[in-house]
Design a protein around this ligand. Structure first.
Ligand SMILES: [Zn+2]
Length: 293
């Protein structure tokens, strides 16, 4: 009798135990919550208020990684400067790079902007390609599917639940994409300058030309020589829009705007990066509304 009670107890504990998932960035946390539902407990490491390339690897983030069953990372080198030291100190074999619980979602995406040659002379390049695929909402479903594949492997007991959640989320997201595509249609053919190549996946999908960047090279701060050349280029090409992320300095963009008559648009780069973007839907809708009003 005791044995039966104990077995039932263990079974129910494993059925109701939530798995601990750590996500590097807020948008990943939202996707994990959407497909994980009640079976996951999600902790996001990076604040959307700061530069995603240079997150401070605070020791206070270590305990969450140490008890995680799964870690979901953007990958493509975006966390290279801050996640490896945290992983090392957390010393959790479940989420070590290469373990079943370490999920690099960039594997689900065909990366663009792969440099032909990798050299520091080309700036702080993303050697694996552009890691900012989260700014295109069409990438959300491949990421969700990839996360579910790994969730089901880490937590086999609930594999069927994750599949059901994925089906529900997919149908919701396809509906959202239809509305989003309609909002973006008015922007086709537009030419823009952006501070860093954060929005390339989105811009290319919707036929918007990313003509230049405020940074002379990825990760390199603006120089007066580059800024002057950029002003000339914008005048020549009649570019009237500068896309500015919320975390870089804004005075260069404002200076260029004053010289060219262009408008500076602050676009979020992640869920929660600007006010009113606390959900995936609000994040993408804010991009569409600010870019294609
Ligand atoms: Zn970048």
């Amino acid at each position: 009798m005791k044995k039966i009670v104990l077995t039932t107890l263990i079974l129910s504990v494993s059925l109701f135990a939530r798995i601990n998932v750590v996500a590097s960035y807020p948008y990943l946390g939202k996707i994990v919550e959407a497909v994980g539902g009640d079976n996951v407990k999600v902790k996001v490491l990076a604040s959307p208020k700061f530069d995603p390339h240079f997150v401070i690897p605070k020791p206070s983030l270590i305990p969450a990684i140490a008890r995680a069953d799964m870690l979901v990372a953007n990958g493509a080198g975006l966390e290279i400067g801050w996640l490896p030291p945290l992983l090392k100190r957390a010393n959790n074999p479940k989420v070590r790079i290469g373990a079943a619980g370490f999920v690099d979602v960039s594997r689900a995406i065909h990366l663009i902007d792969k440099p032909k040659a990798v050299s520091r002379a080309y700036g702080d390049v993303h050697p694996e390609g552009n890691p900012h695929f989260d700014t295109d909402p069409h990438n959300v479903l491949p990421l969700a599917r990839y996360i579910v594949k790994h969730l089901s492997a880490v937590d086999e007991t609930h594999a069927a639940v994750y599949e059901t959640n994925l089906a529900r989320f997919s149908s919701h997201w396809k509906g959202f994409l239809k509305q989003f595509d309609a909002k973006m249609r008015t922007c086709r053919g537009k030419k823009v300058v952006q501070y860093h190549e954060l929005y390339n996946y989105l811009l290319r999908r919707y036929g918007i030309k990313p003509a230049a960047t405020v940074e002379p090279l990825p990760g390199i701060a603006p120089s007066s020589k580059h800024t002057m050349a950029l002003i000339m280029k914008m005048k020549r090409m009649h570019i009237d829009t500068i896309l500015q992320d919320p975390y870089h300095e804004k005075k260069t963009a404002k200076f260029i705007a004053a010289k060219t008559g262009a408008k500076v648009i602050i676009l979020p780069h992640d869920v929660g990066a600007v006010g009113g973007t606390g959900t995936l839907e609000a994040f993408y809708n804010t991009i569409a509304e600010r870019l294609c009003h």
